[in-house]
Ligand binder design. Sequence first.
Ligand SMILES: Cc1ncc(C[n+]2csc(CCOP(=O)(O)OP(=O)(O)O)c2C)c(N)n1
Ligand SMILES: [Mg+2]
Length: 379
Amino acid sequence: MTTGPGGEPVQLLTPRGERLADARYDGYLADVDGDAGAEVLEGLYEDLVVVRRIDAEATALQRQGELALWPPFLGQEAAQIGSGRALREDDFVFSSYRENAVAYCRGVDVGDMMRVWRGCANAGWDPFSVNMAPTQVIIGAQTLHATGYAMGIQFDGADSAAITYFGDGATSQGDLNESMVFAASFQAPVVFFCQNNQWAISEPVGLQAHVPVAHRAPGFGIPSVRVDGNDVLACLAVTREALERARSGNGPSFIEAVTYRMGPHTTADDPTRYRDANELEDWRERDPISRLEAHLDSRGLLDEGLRGRVRAKADDVAARLREETVHMPDPPASAVFEHVYTGPNSELDRQRDHYGLYLAGLEAGHGHGHAAAEREGAQ
Ligand SMILES: Cc1ncc(C[n+]2csc(CCOP(=O)(O)OP(=O)(O)O)c2C)c(N)n1
Ligand SMILES: [Mg+2]
């Protein structure tokens, strides 16, 4: 397992914005340290601010009744932007529900991002137009899909890679452990990216992992690294290294990005019931955006021009997100029966007919749609 010099997570930007030299990872930040570095840093800053705004707007839309649910990623922006911006267009992402900032990096339209959370679609975007699979809610399942896809890349003889995102809680799932066995056995070009945000709903990570979760991967024969997940440059560098390993035929890698979920698990959760407010304050001091701002400032780059440009972009994206969400047409109720199986299925047909009768009963104004459907069903 790779860590920083004192055994702590790899850090290239301190919370005060100082850039730390690193013999191993500086080579992966040649663009950041080079002549066009200012542009790269400003791009990362814009991304962080824009995705935080997407998250805030979606949270507000849920509170206003326009979304059914939203899983905030507040505090996890650097882990997602750093890794997301390390990817190539032909790589493929398999994420959980929380990686909407990665979806932004892939070019997912912000309206499409909201489709599932408004209850309008099972998958919000076309996975093949952005090379990112639909949102996965079954904890850890996407890691199997990523490993299978990576084995496909090998069969094709291509040099792209798969990356899978999951949480600390997912590391206890069989699916992830099985994925790591396969990935190691076949040296599949897959990157396992764990966002350790310290909590699996109300369960603290310490309960299920008495040692850092990154310790587990070497037992499978997979090299791992623990990185400061609130440091966008460190996340970018370690993901670039892992992708390079995958592309050059050297197999899978495991990244544990140590970060913190500043908000609730989802908008249906109240974290004040199970966690200490002091913990939140401690992590606020490690905020990923303030850290990059401090660094930009130290390089004389954080002027009103940059702030204004970034704010205008965030305003524009948020306005588009809201506009597209509130005008999203409701699908017909019968759409829930579509795409369940690839072919006809008699049980599904029976349920569809039953539901049709129920709706017809309601429309006829009996107010007993269910009873009418039951009677029909019994005949
Ligand atoms: C197989 C499975 N078991 C349980 C759940 C319920 N569940 C939803 S989110 C969650 C916690 C996941 O925590 P973690 O992996 O740390 O991801 P995070 O939500 O913190 O990003 C659980 C147990 C589920 N969705 N799928
Ligand atoms: Mg978690």
